[in-house]
Design a protein around this ligand. Sequence first.
Ligand code: 5RP
Length: 230
Amino acid sequence: MDARQMKIRAAAEALKHVESGMRLGIGTGSTAEEFVRLLAEKVADGFSVVGVPTSERTARLCLELNVPLASLDEMPELDLTIDGADEIDAGLRLIKGGGGALLREKIVAAASKRMIVIADESKVVDVLGAFPLPIEVNAFGMTATRIAIEHLAEKSGLTGEIAPRRSGDGLYKTDGGHFILDASFGRIPDAEALSSGLNVIPGVVEHGLFINLASLAIIAGTGGARTLAA
Ligand code: 5RP
C-alpha cells in the first residue's frame, strides 16, 4: 500500500463520521484533498453537506468537484472539521501549516464542535518538533518578529534555525497575505508553553501548534486504520 492509498484509507474512515446535513470544515493538503474527492462522490449521490474550505486551494478543488461551499461568515458554527496534520503526538497535539493554511485551518477548527485529523503513520511522533513549526507573521517588521521568536526560543531552551519560507524567487505568501517563518526546533518538549509564548508576540499572526482542538485522529497504516482519541 503506497502513501496515497493510506491517505485515502484515513479519509474514507473519516467520511463515516460525516452525516447528511452537516456543516463541515474542510482542511488543506494532500490528505484533506483525498477526503474532498470521497466527499464529492457522496454529494453526487445526494448526500447533503455544506463545507467551509480552509484555503483557496481547497476551495478550488471543492468547486471543481461540486461540493457546496459557504464562507465562515455565512456559516460561523460548524459541526465537524476534517483536516490533515504534519505531526501528531499521543495527546493529540498537532503541528500544522506545512501547506501554509494554518491560520484559516485554526480558525475553522476552533469554530467546529469537533475536529478529526486524518493522516498516515509517518505523522505520529513521541515529541513534536522534527517537522519545522510554521509561524505565520505579519509582513510588517518580519525581522523584528523573528528576533522576538528567537528570544522566546532561547528562553525556552529551544535551538534551531527560524527561516522565512520561500516560494520560487521570493517569499511564500499565505492566503491572508502574510509570511511564514519555519522554526526547525527539532524537539518541542513543552508545546503548551511555546504556544502561549508565541501567542503574545506582536507580529505573530498564528502558529502551527494546534492544542486542544482535535478530538480524534484517524491514522492509516499498511495493516488498517487506528484511532487516537483526546
Ligand atoms: C496545511 C496543513 C496540512 O494539513 C498538512 O501540511 C498535512 O498535509 P498533507 O496531508 O499533504 O501531508 O497543515 O497547512
